[in-house]
Design a protein around this ligand. Structure first.
Ligand code: SF4
Length: 382
């Protein structure tokens, strides 16, 4: 039985954050019923015979991630129904990791108890910052105090695997504020911390503020300095960096996200959800209305050998483990080094990559310029 991961998108939020370009809609409670009906229909579709065969005959589910949006906003019984229905797609592995993503300020003991009863064993909380002013400027709905309350509530409900998302390189954010955020996250003693640099997406209120000069972003040196501060602070507190933006206590790396970076197979359910299944990529529509009107599986693309090579290179070099050269040789029937000798040597001499133990991995400095390294290694791939 091959491993499969499931992603379920819940596109509802209490309010739209200033930097957000995800498929998320402020409230729209009136659509919740229709959305979950459509989602359950889609899950039923994948539980039967499909163009990929009956998934239950060849796959077992090793991880499931219910993300958004803010899944912790909707009635927990709806999440429960989704998880239970997904068990019909393929049998769940005994050690399946089931994550629900949510925001501080939207949890309650009852809600968390329903999740626990349904098998949810990981909670991922969007903290982003511990500074009240920065939280406000990001348009977050919660206070800094509510982050600690959410972690305490989750612990009391029995969650032993909690992630906090943090953001840096925010307009106006000082290094002291960033260090304080890292200290506050560490003090909460969670198992996993994701630290993402702000990406200003076109069309967001944040992009308009940056364009008008009302919000000033740090330069590359400032961004890299903040990333280095995170690496040092989190390493000192026992968190291993295992991907460019992700840090975990030993044994708590997110299994679901590792599937993406290792190009494992996953099925995305709900609006804007993407899939990689049977050598094919496809996705559902971004728009909630298009999803509700029944549109599914857009841009079905059978990946070529070159696509698969590029994806392997791009994704595996995000991880600290790096690119497995034996796995590459087996998948593509040629040594990774072939035709890349000069580029590998240049990058190694420049301190951007390390080669050893059958892996090519980016150094911390290489990770700061990952796109450029990948471009150099992509070369003239056929
Ligand atoms: S909570 Fe997350 S998904 Fe919702 S608007 Fe904010 S950033 Fe977007």
């Amino acid at each position: 039985m091959k491993p499969l991961s499931l992603y379920v998108h819940i596109p509802f939020c209490a309010a739209k954050c200033a930097y957000c370009d995800f498929a998320s809609y402020p409230r729209r409670e009136t659509d919740w019923g229709r959305y979950f009906d459509a989602l359950l229909d889609e899950i039923r579709f994948w539980s039967g015979p499909t163009g990929f065969g009956r998934l239950s005959e060849s796959y077992r589910v090793i991880s499931m991630f219910i993300g958004g949006g803010t899944p912790t906003l909707v009635d927990p019984e709806r999440i429960q129904a989704v998880i239970e229905a997904c068990r019909g797609i393929a049998p769940f592995d005994g050690a399946v990791e089931i994550t629900v993503e949510g925001n501080p300020g939207t949890l309650s003991p009852d809600r968390l108890a329903v999740y626990r009863r349904t098998g949810v064993n990981r909670l991922s909380l969007g903290a982003q910052s511990f500074d009240e002013g920065l939280l406000k400027s990001l348009g977050r709905i919660h206070t800094a105090g509510q982050i600690g309350e959410a972690v305490a509530m989750a612990r009391a409900a029995g969650f032993g695997n909690i992630n906090l998302d943090l953001m840096y390189a925010l307009p106006g954010q000082t290094m002291d504020q960033w260090r304080a955020a890292l200290d506050a996250a560490v003090a909460l003693d969670v198992e996993h911390i994701s630290a993402y640099s702000l990406i200003v997406e076109d069309g967001t209120p944040m992009a308009a503020r940056v364009a008008s000069g009302a919000a000033l972003l740090p330069d590359d040196d400032g961004v890299n300095a903040m990333q280095r501060a995170a690496i040092a602070r989190l390493a000192g507190a026992g968190y291993d960096r295992y991907e460019i933006s992700n840090y975990a206590r030993p044994g708590y790396a997110c299994r679901h996200n590792l599937v993406y970076w290792n190009r494992g197979e996953y099925l995305g359910l709900g609006c804007a959800a993407h899939s990689l299944l049977g050598g094919c990529r496809f996705h559902n529509p971004e728009s909630l209305d298009a999803y509700l009107s029944g549109k599914r599986m857009l841009e079905v693309t059978w990946l070529t050998r070159r696509d698969a090579m590029e994806e392997t290179l791009m994704l595996s070099t995000r991880t600290v483990r790096g690119l497995d050269t034996a796995a590459w040789a087996e998948a593509f029937e040629e040594p990774f080094q072939m035709g890349r000798e000069a580029a590998l040597e240049r990058l190694q001499r420049g301190g951007l990559i390390e080669i050893g133990d059958g892996f090519v991995r980016l150094t911390p400095r290489g990770m700061e310029v990952q796109n450029a390294v990948v471009l150099e290694l992509t070369g003239d791939m056929e």
